[in-house]
Ligand binder design. Structure first.
Ligand code: 5AD
Ligand code: SF4
Length: 442
């Protein structure tokens, strides 16, 4: 009987896809997956450190394994991802959780198989964190778990150093994959039957700006969108300092590309944007939205917003509220500023007290929810195309998303996972839509 693995993932889609690569490595060396953590022979934590609560989560869950490790001394516990890449974190992890067997980072993921072999050959723990990013390693055997959706990295790392953000410190400098590797990967995925491809990068608009690929993001998008087949295409994340008309022109030409742009604004106040080192103004942001909606009137925008950044005044916060109302985002991810050691913002003197941060996030969440609820209601009576992703056994309903990422639930006699279907929307509840399956779907 083969040994079993269980992966615990924290954080963003980038990490979810990296866990698929980790799963690919583990399967390559003979492990099989198990949904039950207590049945596993190896448990891998793929951590995130973007906000303190993500770290606390991981700390809690790793700590909870102490007992299991005592019962199963041969169990291998491996910790990787962004947290191990943070300065001084491996020392803390070692002290707090002496039972961790392997630590690896974001820059040497591909070595995990060798690290496991080393651990099996010795009693000592194996800690291998790389400081500098090396050549891009191409993965051909990621074990994908999100059919009919597939994520494809187009680049790694980040050069932007937004003053609050730890990502550039834990993921290294920007590196772009060769366009032919990306195109071939997407072709293969479409051939396998994947129906939604998301191109991933911390700032997709600067794809190729390291000068190594000779291709801009707009050109890459055009190439990928020209691949034959029945699939839709997304990309994230766009940075407002680099988002441009060339990309929108490609969107206009190719109906395969979802009319949705994830364009994190972070704040509606120019003073805060400057302190965040975002390198655009509120006016530039609003101009970009105008340009997008002029060319593509049906386009929608989603965003990320941080409240309680050092120095944010009530006036600054109210400008964020005003911007949210003006843009009318399809949805917004809202965060309380979290102080990250080693970033510029952590050194700023005017940190905002927790009560004020809490008050602002509550007000913002309420505003965002009321706007998305209103938007959902406009769907009632319309017919929308949904890519069916899953079946919810408890509700006895199938579910999937429209091109704007809105979740639609419906009844179906046959399994339609992986198919594009049309729903007549009968009811909206918060951000979810409920509808009736239309016959004669494409
Ligand atoms: N505190 C709060 N939110 C943060 N983000 C990044 N760093 C922090 C931080 N220190 C948010 C940003 C980014 C999203 C992925 O996470 O809004 O766009
Ligand atoms: Fe962080 Fe800014 Fe890079 Fe995004 S662009 S990962 S927020 S530093």
């Amino acid at each position: 009987m083969s040994e079993k693995y269980h992966i615990v993932t924290y954080g963003c889609q980038m990490n979810v896809h990296e866990s698929e690569k980790i799963a690919g490595i583990l399967r390559r060396i003979g492990y099989e997956d198990t949904p039950k953590i207590e049945d596993a022979d190896i448990i891998v934590f793929n951590t995130c450190c973007i906000r303190e609560n993500a770290e606390n989560h991981a700390f809690g869950n790793i700590g909870a394994l102490k007992k299991l490790k005592k019962q199963k001394p041969n169990l291998i516990i491996a910790v990787g991802g962004c947290m191990t890449q943070e300065k001084g974190k491996t020392e803390i992890l070692k002290k707090k959780f002496p039972f961790i067997d392997i630590m690896f980072g974001t820059l040497n993921l591909e070595e995990l198989g060798d690290l496991i072999a080393r651990k099996k050959a010795q009693k000592k723990k194996v800690i291998e964190i790389r400081e500098k990013e090396g050549e891009i390693v191409e993965f051909t055997d990621a074990y994908r778990t999100s059919y009919p959706n597939a994520w494809v990295n187009i680049m790694y790392g980040c050069n932007n150093f937004c003053s609050y953000c730890i990502v550039p410190y834990v993921r290294g400098r920007e590196r772009s994959r060769r366009p032919e590797h990306i195109v071939n990967e997407v072709k293969a995925l479409v051939k396998e039957g994947y129906k939604e491809i998301t191109l991933l990068g911390q700032n997709v608009n600067s794809y190729g700006s390291d000068g190594t690929t000779g291709t801009t993001f707009a050109q890459l998008l055009e190439e990928v969108a020209s691949i034959e087949g029945d699939f839709r295409l997304r990309f994230m994340t766009s940075h407002p300092k680099d988002f441009n008309e060339d990309v929108v022109r490609v969107m206009e030409k190719h109906r395969k590309i979802c009319r949705l742009v994830h364009l994190p604004v972070q704040s509606g106040s120019n003073a805060v944007l400057q302190a965040m080192n975002r390198r655009y103004t509120r006016e530039k942001y609003l101009d970009e939205i105008k340009m997008l909606k002029t060319r593509l009137p049906e386009a929608e925008v989603t965003t990320d917003i941080i409240v309680g950044f050092p120095g944010e005044t009530e006036e600054d916060y109210l400008q964020t509220e005003a911007l949210v109302k003006e843009v009318d985002f399809a949805s917004a991810f809202t965060f309380v500023y979290s102080k990250r050691q080693g970033t510029k913002a952590a050194e700023m003197e005017n940190q905002i007290p927790e009560e004020i941060q809490k008050d602002r996030i509550m007000r913002l969440v309420e505003l965002v929810n009321s706007l998305t609820r209103k938007k959902s209601e406009t769907y009632v009576g319309k017919t929308v195309e949904i890519l069916c992703e899953d079946y919810d056994g408890k509700k006895d309903l199938y579910l999937g998303r429209d091109e704007f990422g809105r979740m639609g639930y419906f009844k179906s006699d046959k399994n339609v996972i992986g198919q594009f279907v049309w729903l007549q929307i009968t009811r909206a509840n918060g951000i979810s839509l409920f509808g009736e399956l239309q016959q004669g779907e494409k």
